[in-house]
Design a protein around this ligand. Structure first.
Ligand code: MLT
Length: 321
């Protein structure tokens, strides 16, 4: 397999000048390694129209959920490195290498980084009839009921799983976690009262919170958001708890540099689109500063994040499932 990929990469390198002129000449698949309806999917769907326009081709979203994003990421790691398979993924790229005993790919060698996309705060939300209010109420309920409280997440190596792990480690209290293929399918379960709690990003939770279909307890940012002005931060409710999820775009390793640069230019132009910026603000996020939307800044940040999370998640080991 590795030999075939290497040969493909060599053939692509020889064809690079021609490729630069014709790319993209067919639809580009953007893999979302989670189920539809979650925050990664939501971010991709508001980006796809300006991104297609800036790239000058048709970008098609494909959801490949499961195993905390690693199944979709593996699809990209093993795809032809020709620029026609890309991925939008989150902070899980940096936590999965510590959480999995065996990964199907090496995060640092299997991908070309294209650029960072946007940082998104998280929110703790719960079923509409959750019998406590506010973050302190939620924590007291967890303390009282322990593992009789169920908390959904999108699998080992997902942002929601990171958030659930950090809370349990901070409280030194285990809950019962329930893994889904993404957090999209979790909302129906929360609204039906079958899932007690989930920590998920504002890009997917905002419409549920503002319409009152779920109970919201706290935002994990350092300040309230204009898009959710009534939702206090965990910090202001007396329990420091901050998590921000970052997103980045990837291509398979070996994608020619001219193509990476072309995709990066399209991504940077996309993130300057005023309508996209306005839509992002409604969902509690914003584009990364332009200096971070480069392959080099993204790679350096990914490396730093893997190193940052390793000791934290190793220490939280007993709560990481
Ligand atoms: C995550 O927990 O990583 C995301 O919420 C998963 C998703 O986008 O569905």
């Amino acid at each position: 397999m590795i030999r075939i990929l290497r040969r493909t990469a060599m053939m692509l390198a020889l064809a690079t000048p021609a490729l630069a002129q014709t790319y993209p000449s067919q639809p580009v698949t953007l893999i979302i390694p989670f189920a539809p309806g979650g925050p990664t999917d939501a971010l991709s769907r508001i980006m796809v129209e300006p991104f297609s326009r800036e790239l000058g081709g048709n970008v098609v979203i494909e959801n490949v959920g499961g195993a905390g994003g690693t199944i979709g990421a593996n699809r990209v790691a093993t795809a032809r490195p020709d620029g026609y398979t890309l991925m939008l993924h989150n902070i899980g790229m940096a936590t999965a290498p510590t959480l999995y005993r065996r990964m199907p790919y090496d995060t640092l060698t299997a991908f070309e980084t294209i650029g960072l996309v946007s940082p998104v705060p998280m929110t703790w939300i719960g079923r509409p009839d959750f019998p406590a209010n506010g973050f302190a109420g939620m924590l007291a309920y967890i303390r009282e009921r322990g593992d009789r409280v169920n908390v959904a997440h999108a699998g080992l190596g997902s942002a929601s799983q990171l958030c659930a792990t950090l809370l349990q480690a901070q409280m030194r209290q285990a809950v019962t976690t329930v893994a889904f293929r993404g957090t999209g399918p979790v909302f129906a379960e929360v609204m039906a009262g079958r899932i007690d709690l989930v920590c998920d990003q504002t890009t997917s939770t905002t419409p549920y919170i503002t319409s009152g279909r779920v109970k919201a307890f706290a935002i994990t940012a350092d300040a309230r958001l204009p898009s959710l002005p009534d939702l206090p931060t965990a910090n202001e409710q007396g329990t420091p708890f901050e998590v921000t999820v970052w997103h980045g775009m990837y291509a398979p390793r070996g994608t020619p540099r001219v193509v990476v640069d072309r995709i990066n230019a399209a991504l940077r132009a996309t993130l300057r689109d005023p309508r996209l910026i306005a839509r992002m603000a409604e969902l509690g996020t914003a584009p990364e500063p332009e200096a971070r939307v480069t392959p080099e800044a993204h790679r350096a940040f990914l490396e730093a994040e893997i190193a940052r999370w390793r000791p934290i998640l190793t220490a939280a080991g007993e709560y990481a499932d």
